[in-house]
Design a protein around this ligand. Structure first.
Ligand code: AMP
Ligand code: MG
Length: 405
């Protein structure tokens, strides 16, 4: 019934307000910090660069002295300490070397002329301060360079290293227990008997979670029995920060996840106005957050991006916006939505100054090939008619490949 469906954005907001970042931290070496979420603001204790230094190989001098030929009174290479510059002289200097006290200008070596006495003559069009990188031009001591809640990548590691930080406090990774429900499921590598299918969701989800820095601590295969579902959920909740199940959240006779979660905790979200993935559940098993994704592989895939990802970010302490970057593209397909928001698997290609979105021909929630063929999801709000040429919003779920146009 239309009135019982919950809007996707409302469900996400509800979910995010029902959980808090896990307050567990560890200190790691900078080299091991990529992919981790920073627990504390990082304050620089030094200037970058620590002193004025030369941007060129050349000669450092006082601008006021520049008219007369200048004898060379010292030589400063990168890594060496300099002496105060004697008035009326210049210093031979190299890129990255500290500017001697008193010098205010560097002339590059290609621009000078040496006299017969090896004194340095500089051109008349030099500017005071040229070719000097001033102390602190990048970072000032006392400045916050990276805020808590940032997921660190190689850029942050470089910046942290530039101020001498060797270790950082980070949030511990989230521990997830994965449950697959369904008597029909068989692990890849096993023979397939009549009535059985291979468990694809387990691998899809585990790979997705690992790519997000999550520790998948356990996997439990659950048969379609109420008691077994109850026991599995209870065990999972004891060893996880988040329990994720697939399948069994519908209202069929063999769907035991909903009553089992309700017996152990509570279920907050149940039927969503989205396609694919209507029967998606969120709640708590005991005190552990729980997400129940529908069993169809594309529903699991879409649910992972739309629901699991923002939840992971919140639990992980990440301050970044919980939603993925939305872009606008031109549809090369048509679709008319009813009361549900639809996530259409598309291939986005850059053509003549805009993103063009072609849809995989079979959008059935059992067709996982659509996710591999495509690189993005077009998001079509409820009650919308999209025709070829309509502008629609979309999110990439993988990096676009220019060769796959
Ligand atoms: P359910 O949500 O349990 O009703 O499952 C919906 C559909 O998804 C059924 O056709 C299931 O066989 C299929 N399904 C459930 N779990 C998985 C899984 N882990 N891998 C592949 N297909 C699944
Ligand atoms: Mg099932």
């Amino acid at each position: 019934m239309a009135s019982t469906l919950i809007a996707v954005d409302d469900a996400i907001q509800h979910m995010l307000s029902a959980v808090a970042p896990l307050q567990r931290f560890e200190v790691v070496d900078l080299m091991a910090a990529a992919g981790r979420v920073l627990a504390e603001d990082q304050i620089a204790s030094c200037y970058v660069p620590p002193a004025d230094n030369s941007a060129m190989d050349g000669y450092a001098l006082r601008f006021a002295d520049a008219k007369a030929p200048l004898p060379i009174s010292q030589r400063v290479a990168a890594g060496q300490a300099s002496q105060p510059l004697r008035p009326g002289t210049c210093a031979r200097i190299f890129t990255g070397a500290e500017i001697p006290l008193g010098a205010d200008t560097v002339v590059m070596q290609e621009e000078i002329v040496l006299t017969a006495f090896d004194d340095v003559c500089v051109p008349s069009d030099i500017r005071i301060g040229q070719n000097i990188r001033p102390k602190g031009q990048d970072i000032q001591a006392g400045q916050c360079i990276i805020k808590a809640g940032t997921r660190l990548d190689y850029r942050h590691l470089g910046l942290l290293a530039s101020v001498g930080i060797a270790q950082v406090s980070v949030f511990l990774p989230i521990r997830v227990v994965l449950l697959s429900t369904g008597d029909e499921l068989v692990q890849p590598g096993e023979p397939l008997k009549a009535g059985q299918i291979y468990n694809s969701n387990r691998f899809l989800l585990q790979g997705f979670l690992q790519s997000q820095g999550v520790e998948v601590v356990r996997f439990i295969q659950v048969r379609d029995r109420f008691e077994e579902t109850l026991t599995a959920l209870e065990d999972a909740a004891d060893s996880a920060d988040l329990v994720i199940s697939t399948g069994g959240v519908s209202v069929g006779e063999e769907d035991h996840v909903k009553p089992a979660v309700e017996a152990l905790g509570q279920l907050s979200v149940w039927r969503l106005a989205m396609k694919p993935g209507k029967p998606l559940a969120f709640g708590h098993v005991k005190d552990t957050p729980f997400i129940g994704l529908p069993g169809n592989p594309v529903s699991t895939f879409v649910g992972a991006h739309v629901f699991v990802l923002p939840l992971l970010k919140r639990l992980a302490g990440e301050s970044a916006s919980s939603s993925s970057l939305r872009l606008v593209g031109r549809a090369q397909f048509s679709v008319t939505t009813q009361i549900r928001q639809e996530y259409v698997r598309v291939k986005a290609t850059w053509q003549e100054g805009q993103w063009c979105l072609s849809a995989y021909p079979n959008q059935n929630s059992g067709v996982l090939s659509s996710a591999v063929w495509g690189n993005a999801m077009a998001i079509i709000p409820p009650a919308t008619q999209v025709v070829e040429g309509s502008e629609v919003s979309f999110v990439f779920y993988t990096t676009p490949n220019p060769d796959s146009n």
